[in-house]
Ligand binder design. Structure first.
Ligand code: PEP
Length: 250
């Protein structure tokens, strides 16, 4: 069985009071991670340690980013071992905002995944195409190329990686992929995982949809056979909206 996952990416939002308010509300209303369904949040890194200490294992708490390096003179960076040492369990790699705004290319992403896995962090590896790539019918090959990076990892390592398909044109724009568009791509990703790693891995790897997912559209998206949950940006900044999306899984 594949684990269902709802993950909230808070990005660089919320000052301390607003972050605490959202987190406290979440602690009282979001369901705990269970065997079938994981609830995850990715707050800004300055809040990680405090949130993890207050969490009591209810949710998985992850980092939005990590350094590709082990340690040393990398001003402003946070390493996988530092994240692990404060109880962090997850990290996002390959989010389109990092690929585009910080020019994170495949080699860096590979190093980040290597470092995360080496220190026992699970990874959500994000992929997605631009509007132009979709309009020029290059969306499938774009995702295929992004997934090809995972060939660098062993079958055992792949078991610690989930995928988030996030069409760039849908992130933060209010333009969600239709269930048909999302479903077509998720079916393709599942087939690609089968080609790369065989059916056992393909059938047990969670593949999330991300891109303007909201309480209104979540249910239709999550009904698609190969969509195993969502990576949620804007709607994760409201405790009740995030709860409604978690409930839409059922
Ligand atoms: C994201 O950035 O991962 C995301 C899905 O954002 P939004 O839900 O706001 O489109």
């Amino acid at each position: 069985m594949r684990k269902k996952i709802i993950a909230g990416n808070w990005k660089m939002n919320l000052d301390i009071d607003a972050a605490n308010k959202l987190y406290s509300e979440g602690l009282s209303i979001w369901p705990e991670t269970s065997e079938d369904t994981a609830v995850m949040i990715f707050p800004p890194s300055i809040y990680l340690q405090d949130f993890i200490q207050r969490n009591n294992g209810r949710f998985e708490i992850g980092a939005q980013n990590l350094s590709p390096y082990e340690n040393g003179a990398y001003t402003g960076e946070i390493s996988a071992s530092q994240l692990k040492s404060i109880g962090c369990t997850m990290v996002l790699v390959g989010h389109s905002e990092r690929r585009i705004l910080y020019e994170e290319h495949e080699e860096v992403l590979k190093q980040k995944i290597e470092s995360a896995l080496k220190h026992g962090l699970k990874v959500i590896y994000c992929c997605g195409e631009s509007l132009t790539e979709r309009e020029e019918l290059r969306h499938m090959s774009k995702i295929q190329n992004q997934l090809a990076l995972l060939k660098e990892f062993s079958i055992n390592e792949i078991k610690s990686i989930s995928i988030a398909y996030e069409p760039i044109w849908a992130i933060g724009t209010g333009k969600t992929a239709s269930p048909e568009q999302a479903s077509e791509m998720h079916d393709f990703i599942r087939k690609e995982l089968t080609n790369l790693f065989g059916s056992e891995i393909a059938n047990t790897t969670s593949v999330l949809y991300g891109g303007s997912c909201s309480p209104t559209n979540a249910n239709a998206l999550f009904k698609c056979e190969n969509i195993d949950g969502g990576l949620i940006g804007g709607a994760a900044l409201d405790a009740h909206s995030f709860l409604s999306i978690i409930e839409a899984l059922e």
